[in-house]
Design a protein around this ligand. Structure first.
Ligand SMILES: Cc1cc2nc3c(=O)[nH]c(=O)nc-3n(C[C@H](O)[C@H](O)[C@H](O)COP(=O)(O)OP(=O)(O)OC[C@H]3O[C@@H](n4cnc5c(N)ncnc54)[C@H](O)[C@@H]3O)c2cc1C
Length: 434
């Protein structure tokens, strides 16, 4: 079988590796100049760093296996991570149960209700009944109205903007499960590949080529060629036709509609996504003393403050402190069209105003980045509208972050999904080649 894999992010790379391992001819087409997809990097002090913050959890076995197979285990560090909540002009520690009991914005009884509720949520078994329940309603019932007002609603607004009220409880369930599983297998540590996750994709590029995969970078697919309801191959933007028995699309979900003729569209491909702006700042002093700060202050125009060098030593970046400010957005928000460099200035001014301990003059460099599709936008009943990997078009398969729900998209889930797509293709042959 000849399989064309469209997209060389983590999912496409993992799928290509498995398909070639099963003895098939694979061509991997990636429009960017390197593999990696959303795990794209730039450099600070000569060290590659992700444009969008990335870490891994101790229970993420599939990405850990790829790191090990790539000979990169010695670069992987497990580092203590801390959490905080920025509200009322200060960052409240929010790592341990004791921190929850000391969380000043809530009254003592509300803190107890939040702590007990969060423990219950981590043990909650099934998500299906939560697919039609609003996250804020579920959280109100389990952790109390105070916690919803001070914590959960600002968090949901920060991640989903105007779509926050429609976020299903099942999505929140997925976050609690992830935390609970990570806690069980390693406590409050997170993994980071020192020298950047770029190394993982360089190793994947090498392994794919050694396995005989035809890796073509800078190759954007313009169209999936379909005859008599069967995918026969693809055509790239430079007009090159590549015949194939199977085509596997692994880009962002909305992108499939751009390359498949409209009469073959599945309505379940219609969901929209969240974009993100990440502003990376280099400072000569720390901004906070925690790694991950949830911003619960509606006057601040961003929702996350991730201080990378409160986990990874500053020595990796020539002594610079490195912090990400992040803001997700829906396509109909003003910010979707804003210039990230202009946003960055506005965000820094706002941070200096709302967090008095932040000194604007400590900023040495600012690196703004935008991804138009960072994650799927989930709404009530989402779980019932997920497109299957095997499409109605013979030989055409789709594997995207929009199909991971209720679990969160991430590199580990990308590997799992890519491998699952490869397995579906292998199981479907020779029928895949209709
Ligand atoms: C702000 C942010 C923070 C994150 N933090 C973490 C984290 O801490 N830990 C973690 O594990 N994950 C994190 N993630 C998620 C993680 O980056 C993604 O889940 C994962 O990289 C998705 O991989 P993918 O292969 O499914 O898709 P993508 O990475 O989107 O790759 C798809 C690829 O397909 C290519 N493509 C699309 N269309 C075409 C075409 N027509 N022709 C050719 N090529 C095409 C694209 O160029 C792209 O390279 C984060 C993401 C963001 C945005």
């Amino acid at each position: 079988m000849h399989v064309v894999v469209v997209g060389g992010g983590i999912a496409g790379s993992a799928a290509a590796l498995r398909l070639s391992g099963a003895g098939h001819d694979v061509t991997l087409l990636e429009s960017s100049p390197a593999l990696g997809g959303l795990v794209v990097s730039f450099e600070i002090g000569g060290t590659p760093l992700e444009c969008f913050y990335h870490h891994i959890f101790p229970n993420e076995s599939e990405i850990l296996r790829l790191i090990e197979e790539g000979g990169l285990s010695s670069s992987l560090s497990w580092l203590p991570s801390t959490m905080g909540v920025l509200t009322g002009g200060r960052v409240w520690p929010f790592t341990s149960p004791l921190d929850v009991l000391r969380f000043g914005p809530l009254k003592p009884l509300q803190r107890l209700q939040l702590g007990a509720g969060a423990l219950r949520l981590m043990r909650w078994r099934s998500w299906e009944p939560l697919d039609d329940t609003r996250a804020s309603d579920w959280l109100r019932r389990t952790t109390g109205a105070g916690a919803v007002r001070e914590l959960w609603e600002p968090l949901l607004r920060a991640k989903f903007g105007p779509a926050a009220p429609g976020v299903p409880a099942a999505w929140m369930w997925g976050r609690f499960q992830q935390r609970a599983a990570a806690r069980k297998s390693g406590g409050e540590v997170l993994g980071y590949l020192r020298g950047g996750f770029r190394q993982l994709f360089e190793s994947l590029d090498g392994r794919l080529r050694v396995a005989g995969v035809d890796v073509r970078l800078g190759a954007r697919v313009r169209e999936v060629d379909i005859t008599d309801g069967v995918a026969r191959g693809v055509t790239t933007v430079d007009g090159t036709s590549i015949p194939a028995d199977v085509v596997l699309y692994t880009g962002a979900m909305p992108g499939i509609k751009a390359i498949v003729p409209a009469d073959h569209h599945d309505p379940r491909w219609n969901g929209s996504g969240l974009g993100v702006i990440c502003v990376v700042i280099e400072t000569d002093r720390p901004v906070t003393d925690v790694y991950w700060t949830n911003v619960c202050d509606d006057e601040l125009p961003f929702g996350g403050l991730i201080e990378h060098t409160n986990m990874v030593p500053t020595a990796d970046y020539g002594g610079r402190h490195v912090t990400y400010l992040s803001r997700y957005f829906t396509s109909d928000e003003e910010i979707a069209k804003a210039d990230p460099a202009v946003e960055a200035e506005r965000w820094l001014d706002a941070l200096a105003e709302r967090l008095p301990s932040f000194d604007r003059s400590s900023v040495r460099a600012v690196h703004p980045f935008r991804a138009p599709y960072a994650a799927p936008l989930v709404d009530l009943g989402y779980g019932k509208r997920i497109a299957p990997m095997r499409t109605e078009v013979g030989g055409l398969f789709v594997c995207t972050t929009a199909q991971i729900y209720p679990h969160d998209r991430g590199m580990n889930e990308g590997v799992v999904m890519g491998q699952r797509a490869a397995d579906e293709i292998l199981a479907a042959q020779p029928q895949a080649v209709a």
